[in-house]
Design a protein around this ligand. Structure first.
Ligand SMILES: *[C@@H]1O[C@H](CO)[C@@H](O)[C@H](O)[C@H]1NC(C)=O
Ligand SMILES: *[C@@H]1O[C@H](CO)[C@@H](O)[C@H](O)[C@H]1NC(C)=O
Ligand SMILES: *[C@@H]1O[C@H](CO)[C@@H](O)[C@H](O)[C@H]1NC(C)=O
Length: 498
């Protein structure tokens, strides 16, 4: 919830115009005198050399460092800074065992502590020290840990943990998370409003060993989880609680390592991702085993390119569960619900589009207090096995839907499943004075027609009077004053768009 957005964008706008202004000043003309030209080339060369120096600093410990030393005189301040202020914390330097044979908890925590307490320049959000892009490098190793990896204090940001495997040991706490972004101690008197900002967890395989979860992100801002593989969790693969803007992308989550059609699928438990906060995004993520793929209880989250084949709905699983009755504010687009359904309780502002539902997977609107408002389910593809499963289904076991407004279910296509919509067209041929067109087969809500349009087409020589008589029970009745052979064409709409 970016409440300060306006002020920030004004500030940013000013900053941008300042930058543009100074850029124009330093390059007033495109024609260089020969002196200017040589200066420019020199500047370019020293810029390139500075890039090379950064490279050589990063690989200073490797034998390649001499190879890449720059030929031009290095700027001492730059290379000294690199040597004296390394921001890459290699966990084996702290005694971590990359073979996974011995416990590396203390070593990993020591590296994390050094990084979190290391040099910083200024602040990100108030109270969040900017660690300048410090990296905890797992060096491609496989590390065993016996308790959660936490940052020692709240109030740091611009930090990355990346590049390896971390496994929970057999005595790992069952309610723990391998990486737990909550502070291990409060450490200061006045805590910042957020624990952490801009923490990146990248290229990690996290194995919870059926003891607890993978990653928890608590009250943090702008967290990246990128290219991670999280498995063997019993609670959540990823838990996000308060804070905002955790971006989970290009990742794979599964309780069991399987590729579908697992004979123990009925026993899958746990949840791939639990979002108990606002403004997060899950993008290009596969959840391949868990009872619930994604559980959402916070608003304004967005899902795109999510593939759920966690536990078939036929076995009691759910792909995406939206448990935000009364204020849902969720977008699901371009996703693949693979035998797993979407369930939404009293949805208010929900958009689902351009998604593929396979194996009788559908969308269930579940009534808690009978409210459904502002729901868009359009342009999706459904494929099933001719069991008569409805593409959108109402669960009114708690109470019937009574407040229905702006619900649009339209332009979906179904194969082997029962199409349901809030907009429908039918035509009917007859010969007589009455036409009754029954829309119950296709309309989503029972006994609800808010708008009708019809035309009556008769090829006879007379011009009969005709009128719409009745729309109750989703049946449109049209009558003529005289018997005629005629076709009626009827369009009905259950949403109340004015
Ligand atoms: C799955 O669960 C059932 C019932 O709890 C149990 O009998 C069965 O052994 C379980 N299967 C596996 C492979 O754990
Ligand atoms: C309509 O019904 C009338 C009376 O039953 C019959 O005479 C007429 O041929 C019918 N017209 C058509 C087009 O079926
Ligand atoms: C409309 O049809 C319903 C039955 O479907 C009937 O109960 C009701 O009386 C009808 N209304 C009118 C105005 O004819």
């Amino acid at each position: 919830m970016a409440r300060k957005t306006l002020a920030w964008s004004l500030l940013l706008g000013m900053a941008c115009s300042i930058v543009i202004g100074s850029y124009e000043e330093s390059f007033p003309t495109r024609t260089f005198s020969s002196n200017n030209y040589h200066e420019a080339i020199q500047r370019l060369q020293s810029f390139k050399a500075s890039l090379t120096r950064h490279d050589s600093i990063a690989s200073a410990s490797s034998s390649l460092s001499t190879f890449s030393s720059p030929s031009s005189a290095p700027s001492p301040s730059l290379s000294l800074q690199g040597v004296n202020n390394p921001r890459v914390y290699r966990v084996t330097s702290y005694g971590a065992d990359p073979t996974g044979n011995s416990d590396s908890t203390e070593a990993l925590l020591a590296a994390i502590e050094d990084a979190a307490k290391g040099p910083s320049e200024g602040y990100l959000m108030e109270g969040i020290r900017d660690l300048g892009g410090a990296q905890i490098n797992l060096e491609g190793g496989n590390y065993l840990i016996s308790r959660s990896l936490k940052l020692p204090v709240a109030g740091v940001g611009n930090l990355m943990i990346h590049g390896g495997t971390i496994r929970a040991s057999d005595n790992f706490p069952e309610d723990g998370y391998i990486i737990d972004l909550s502070p291990s101690s409060n450490g200061r008197n006045s805590l910042p409003s957020y624990n952490f900002e801009f923490i990146t967890l990248k290229e990690l395989l996290l194995d919870s060993n059926f003891r607890g979860g993978g990653i928890s992100v608590i009250n943090s801002l702008r967290t990246n989880i990128d290219n991670c593989y999280i498995t063997h969790f019993t609670t959540n693969g990823i838990l996000v609680q308060s804070g905002h803007e955790t971006y989970i992308r290009n990742s794979f989550l599964g309780q069991h390592i399987t590729a579908g059609g697992d004979k123990n699928e009925r026993n899958f438990s746990g949840t791939g991702i639990t979002l108990q906060g606002n403004d997060n995004a899950v993008t290009d993520v596969v959840i391949f085993s868990a009872a619930i793929g994604i559980m959402v209880t916070g608003q304004a989250n967005a899902f795109s390119g999510v593939h759920c084949y966690n536990k078939a709905t036929g076995f009691g699983g759910t792909g995406i569960y939206l448990k935000l009755p009364g204020l849902t504010q969720t977008r699901i687009v371009n996703s693949y619900m693979d035998y797993t359904s979407i369930v939404a309780e009293d949805p208010v502002q929900l958009h689902i589009s351009s998604s593929f539902f396979l194996g009788d997977a559908n969308i269930v609107l579940k009534s808690k207090n009978g409210i459904v408002n502002g729901v868009d389910i359009v342009d999706n593809m459904f494929s099933g096995s001719n069991q008569g499963v409805e593409i959108v289904q109402l669960d009114q076991s708690n109470s019937p839907f009574q407040q229905i407004d702006q619900v649009i279910v339209d332009r979906n296509i179904a194969r082997g499943m029962k199409l349901k919509a809030t907009v429908a067209k039918m035509s009917m041929q007859g010969n007589g004075t009455s036409w009754s067109v029954d829309f119950n087969n296709v309309l989503l809500f029972p006994n609800l027609i808010k708008n009708v349009q019809y035309s009556l087409s008769s090829s006879g020589s007379t011009f009969p009077n005709h009128a719409l008589r009745n729309v109750s029970e989703n049946r449109v009745v049209i009558e003529t004053n005289e018997a005629v052979a005629a076709n009626v064409f009827v369009t009905v709409d259950q949403s109340a768009l004015s």
